[in-house]
Design a protein around this ligand. Structure first.
Ligand SMILES: Cc1ncc(COP(=O)(O)O)c(C=O)c1O
Length: 323
C-alpha cells in the first residue's frame, strides 16, 4: 500500500513524513489509543468524493476517547473539517479509507490512563475491498472470545483491544477460512473480527444488541435503517445463539471495511442454499448506491469533499474579477 502524502497532525495538514512519533510513545507500548475507520466513495458521474457519515464516525471516536479518559480539543465538526482539508490536499479521485487516531503521545514509562496527553492524527489512503471475496465468505466460529465490557470496553474502538480481533482473524485464515465469527463470554454471537453480524431467518433480520459486547457499528445502524425502511425487512436486535447461524437462511458481515459481505458457509456447513441470498444481494446493491450519494433520501449521510471547495474557488474567482 502506498503511503499517504499528507497527514493531519498536531492541528494542521502536514507532509506525511513530518507526522512521526518516538518508540517510547505510550500508545505504541500500551495500546492506549482509539481510532476510527471512515470510507470516502468516489462518484464519477458527479466527479465528487463523498465521505460516508463522518459526523457519526467522529461522534463515536470522541466517545471512544472519553472511555480512555482523553479530552480532545475538537468537536465532531472540527474533525470532519480536518478530514475534508486532508482529502482536499490528497486530491484523491477514487475510493479511500481514512484513519483518525487519538493516542497518548507521552514518551514515558508507566501503565495508566491519567496524567497523559492525547494527540490526534488522521491519514487517508486509496482503498478498495477489505476482503478478497465479499459474496461467499466461509467463516468459522473462533475459539477466541470477544473482549468483555469488564475487560476492555468493546463499544470503544480501543487500539489495544484489536489484538483480540487479530488473534481471531489470523487463526481463522491460517485454518483456511475467510473470516471469524467471535462469540462473547456467554456463548452468544458477538461480531466478526472487525465487523458486525446479521442473520436472516423467515424474512426477518437479526443482529446482536450492544450488550452482547459488540461495537455499535455505523454500518450496522445504516443497514438496520435500509432493511426496515427501504427493503421492508423487519429487524430484531437480540442475542443470537451459535446454532441459529447454522440454521439461518442468510448471513452477512457489515462494517466500514467489509461493507456488506455475504457469509455463505460456516465451519463447512452451508448457510441457506450455500449461495448469497436475495436479502443480502438487494441490500448490497442499495448500500453501494447510498454510499456513493445516488439515493437522494440518504444524501445527507454523504459529505462532499470537493463541492464546497469548488464553490469557494468560484466565489474567489468572481470577486477577483469584480474587484
Ligand atoms: C470490532 C468492530 N466491530 C464492528 C465494526 C463495524 O463498525 P462500523 O460499521 O462503524 O465500521 C468495526 C469497524 O469497522 C470493528 O472494528
Amino acid at each position: 500500500m502506498a503511503l499517504p502524502r499528507f497527514a493531519f497532525f498536531r492541528g494542521s495538514v502536514v507532509p506525511y513524513s513530518e507526522a512521526r512519533v518516538g518508540v517510547m510513545t505510550h500508545a505504541l507500548n500500551y495500546g492506549t489509543a482509539v481510532f476510527a475507520g471512515i470510507r470516502a466513495y468516489w462518484n464519477p458521474d458527479e466527479a465528487e468524493l463523498f465521505v460516508f457519515r463522518p459526523a457519526d464516525h467522529f461522534r463515536r471516536f470522541l466517545e471512544s476517547a472519553r472511555l480512555l479518559d482523553m479530552t480532545l480539543p475538537y468537536t465532531a465538526e472540527d474533525l470532519t473539517d480536518a478530514l475534508t482539508a486532508l482529502l482536499r490536499a490528497e486530491l484523491h479521485r477514487e475510493d479511500c479509507y481514512a484513519r483518525p487516531l487519538a493516542f497518548y503521545g507521552d514518551e514515558s514509562i508507566g501503565v495508566r490512563l491519567h496524567n497523559l496527553t492525547p494527540e490526534v492524527s488522521i491519514i487517508a489512503v486509496p482503498y478498495g475491498s477489505y476482503l478478497d471475496n465479499d459474496e461467499s465468505i466461509h467463516a468459522t466460529f473462533s475459539s477466541w472470545r470477544r473482549v468483555d465490557d469488564t475487560m476492555i470496553p468493546p463499544r470503544g474502538k480501543i487500539a489495544g483491544a484489536y489484538v483480540n480481533s487479530a488473534f481471531a482473524k489470523t487463526d481463522a485464515q491460517r485454518a483456511g477460512f475467510d473470516e471469524a465469527i467471535v462469540l462473547n463470554q456467554d456463548g452468544h454471537v458477538s461480531e466478526g473480527s472487525a465487523a458486525n453480524v446479521f442473520i436472516v431467518k423467515n424474512g426477518a433480520a437479526i443482529t446482536p444488541p450492544v450488550t452482547d459486547n459488540v461495537l455499535e457499528g455505523i454500518t450496522q445502524r445504516t443497514v438496520i435503517e435500509l432493511l426496515r425502511d427501504r427493503l421492508g425487512i423487519p429487524v430484531l436486535q437480540r442475542s443470537i445463539d451459535r446454532s441459529e447461524v447454522t440454521l439461518a437462511d442468510e448471513a452477512f458481515f457489515c462494517g466500514t471495511g467489509v461493507q456488506i459481505a455475504g457469509v455463505t458457509r460456516v465451519d463447512h456447513r452451508p448457510i441457506g442454499t450455500g449461495r448469497m441470498g436475495p436479502v443480502v444481494t438487494a441490500l448490497r446493491r442499495l448500500y453501494f448506491d447510498v454510499v456513493r450519494g445516488r439515493v437522494p433520501e440518504y444524501r445527507p449521510w454523504c459529505h462532499p469533499v470537493y463541492a464546497d471547495a469548488t464553490a469557494l474557488s468560484e466565489r474567489r474567482e468572481k470577486s477577483r474579477q469584480t474587484s
